[in-house]
Design a binder for this molecule. Structure first.
Ligand SMILES: C[S@@+](CC[C@H](N)C(=O)[O-])C[C@H]1O[C@@H](n2cnc3c(N)ncnc32)[C@H](O)[C@@H]1O
Length: 251
């Protein structure tokens, strides 16, 4: 999905993305001297964390603004503007890592093929992103607000790729990746910004949902619909469900 990213808003109000991603580094277990590819690296915080283990890391992201910010944040790290689906790498990496990026990629099959190609035989893939049922209540609130405003069922509310364990494991297997670990788990996430948390979330991630989210009065409608399930003691919670997968390239 091609869209603009706002690195300043990402870093100031959405640090929970890479804070939670740190947990995934335990599964990656990077070793000194390994070559590791960080797919959809954003502003580079996890790329730098992997490098701290002594690995040689390359962060790629298709957003020029995110890569510009990543280079500013970590001038000693390597970052490149690349679309995961079109990566040119062949059997170069000991591990491919990705946090919170792959649900943005509509061409999931091409992404898996490119990540598999990039790995050395025996190399490992460690990824986490939105899984089946991710942000269900949040998207339902959006659906209700659109329906209330237009008096008709909206056509398509969810533009993301949120696969189940079975779907994603099968997809990886088709590309010669043997799945060694897979789990789908609820991870309710407190949004930063107090009463403005949900509005911030839509401003950061919702541009691809509907233009109407740019209108504050429409965001208020969504908030009304979402409040019973997602607002607790003045804090907005996103009903995240993550799919976490580890796999190994056969051969
Ligand atoms: C929510 S951010 C996560 C960034 C980082 N991994 C982290 O944990 O902070 C998602 C990133 O995926 C990137 N992305 C989305 N589609 C992509 C694609 N097709 N190829 C490469 N990067 C992509 C976006 O540009 C964005 O920087």
């Amino acid at each position: 999905m091609n869209r603009d990213w706002n690195p300043s808003l990402y870093q100031s109000s959405h640090s929970f993305v890479w804070e939670y991603g740190r947990d995934l580094l335990g599964l990656l277990a990077p070793l000194a001297g390994e070559r590791i590819l960080d797919v959809g690296c954003g502003t580079g915080q996890l790329t730098a964390e992997i490098a701290r283990a002594g690995a040689e890391v390359l962060g790629i992201d298709h957003s020029v603004s995110m890569i510009t910010q990543a280079r500013r944040n970590f001038p000693d790290q390597r970052f490149e503007v690349q679309d995961v689906c079109a990566m040119p790498f062949r059997t170069e990496f000991d591990a491919v890592f990705s946090n919170a990026a792959l649900h943005w990629v509509e061409r999931a099959d091409d992404a898996a093929a490119a990540m598999a190609r990039a790995l050395k035989p025996g190399g490992r893939l460690v990824v986490e992103f939105g899984g089946r049922g991710n942000t269900r209540a949040l998207l339902e609130a959006l659906r209700l607000a659109l329906k209330a405003r237009h008096g008709a069922e909206p056509q398509r509310v969810n533009p993301w790729f949120f696969p189940s364990v079975g779907e994603y494991a099968s997809l990886l297997e088709r590309h010669g990746l043997e799945v060694t670990f897979a789990t789908l788990f609820d991870r309710p996430t407190a949004l930063e910004g107090g009463g403005e948390g949900l509005a911030n979330w839509f401003a950061m991630f919702g541009a691809s949902l509907t233009e109407e989210l740019r209108q504050p009065e429409f965001v208020r409608l969504v908030e009304q619909a979402a409040a019973p399930s997602l607002l607790r003691d003045g804090v907005w919670w996103a009903d995240y469900r993550r799919l976490r997968v580890a796999a190994r390239k056969e051969g």
